[in-house]
Ligand binder design. Structure first.
Ligand SMILES: Cc1ncc(COP(=O)(O)O)c(C=O)c1O
Length: 373
């Protein structure tokens, strides 16, 4: 018999579909979506997320590594799967076998990949990454024309796309417009060199929402599909958070004033208090930094955590809510009644970004998919 875990991450499939529709409506006809589903779809689960998005008409997916691409093919995804971190010789056979689309940024190994593709009777699409200002993966623009010509001589490979990435699309400055202009100039210079029809893409969620000029032929949303904003200073209320992180009350107990709570007794009660002991902690991604500062929702109320968050436990103060009982739902992130703890609020407390919060919770807990009714 399946025994449910004490904690779960709920994935709201209707919200995922909704966010996808919101994004689709922002795009000019013909502009495609490459859904970024790396890192187990930012904690939402690779296969299921991709299947839902494929059902919404998404035909391209971005994974970090070949292994994720294989998982998608095995889950029945037949759209284009772009391996964003690139590929290494030890995975070439899988790349060809599973018809994955590597991002390339160096000629190393590409003749061998081409030979394998020829031997398998296929011509494999690759997407060339250009560093137009991200300062990370990619050829610098001056290297691109030679690279493209060398690639054209490899019969097993075709230049299916040219991409770049934006480091500042979430800021209000002009850097992104300038970078897109540089990308467009490079693409114009490649006219006649690059294969006609190569898909051009540079926009992440922030550029998708704030820089329509960055859409080119395809956009690459990640965080916005999952219902979170890429902007520190602006929420996107038209999106719906997809993930909710839920636990339950394991024990309720009354303690006197002066009672030390959890490791190190970093909190000592000032008054007789009622405590809810929760079976969740930093092993579930609910980080120790939330000790004595975090809040959870119980019975629709925001209640404070007391003492240090432990590996698999933490303690909430429910003195004001004596009706709370063992087994009651505890929301660590998400909505409960009219109350909500957002990924952004947690990110602020954890001194990080909402992306990391989703990965932390989503990749360390059992996922449950809530389908549309
Ligand atoms: C190359 C690339 N494109 C697109 C994205 C998606 O970005 P976002 O989640 O901000 O939409 C990422 C995410 O890290 C990325 O690395």
């Amino acid at each position: 018999m399946f025994t449910a875990s004490l904690n779960r991450v709920e994935i709201d499939i209707a919200a995922l579909r909704h966010n996808c529709r919101v994004i689709q409506e922002l795009l000019a006809p013909g502009v495609r979506i490459l859904a970024v589903v790396k890192a187990d779809a930012y904690g939402h689960g690779l296969e299921r997320t991709a299947q839902v998005l494929a059902g919404c008409g998404v035909s391209a997916f971005g994974v970090a590594e070949v292994a994720e691409g294989i998982r998608l093919r095995e889950a029945g995804i037949d759209g284009e799967i772009v391996v964003m971190l690139g590929v290494f010789p030890d995975s070439f056979a899988d790349v060809v076998d599973k018809r994955l689309t590597p991002v390339v940024y160096s000629l190393d190994g590409l003749p061998d990949l081409s030979d394998l593709a020829v031997a398998a009777g296929v011509c494999l699409n690759v997407h060339l990454k250009v560093d137009t200002g991200m300062g990370r993966f990619g050829l610098v623009p001056q290297q691109v024309p030679d690279f493209v010509q060398t690639l054209a001589a490899l019969p097993g490979l075709a230049l299916g796309g040219i991409l770049s990435h934006l480091p500042m699309a979430d800021s209000a400055g002009r850097e992104t417009d300038a970078q897109c202009q540089g990308f467009a100039t490079l693409l114009a210079e490649l006219d006649g060199v690059a294969a006609p029809g190569s898909i051009r893409h540079i926009a992440n969620s922030a550029a998708l929402f704030r820089h329509p000029g960055a859409h080119f032929d395809m956009v690459r949303p990640g965080i916005s599909l999952y219902g979170c904003s890429p902007f520190a200073d602006e929420q996107l209320p038209e999106l719906r958070p997809v993930m909710r992180f839920v636990s339950r009350v394991a024990q309720v107990k009354d303690v006197p004033a002066g009672y030390g709570i959890s490791y190190g007794h970093t909190f000592v009660t000032e008054q007789p208090s009622r405590l809810a002991i929760l079976p969740v902690g930093y092993a579930n991604g609910y980080l120790r930094k939330l000790s004595n500062g975090g809040e959870v929702l119980i019975g629709g109320h925001r209640v404070p955590l007391r003492g240090n968050v432990c590996m698999s436990a933490c303690v909430a103060d429910i003195t004001d809510y004596p009706e709370v009982a063992v087994g009651d739902e505890v929301v660590l992130m998400g909505r409960q009644g009219s109350a909500e703890i957002t990924a952004e609020q947690l990110a602020e407390q954890l001194e990080t970004i909402n992306y990391e919060v989703l990965c932390l919770f989503g990749n360390q807990n059992r996922r449950v998919y809530l389908d549309e009714f």
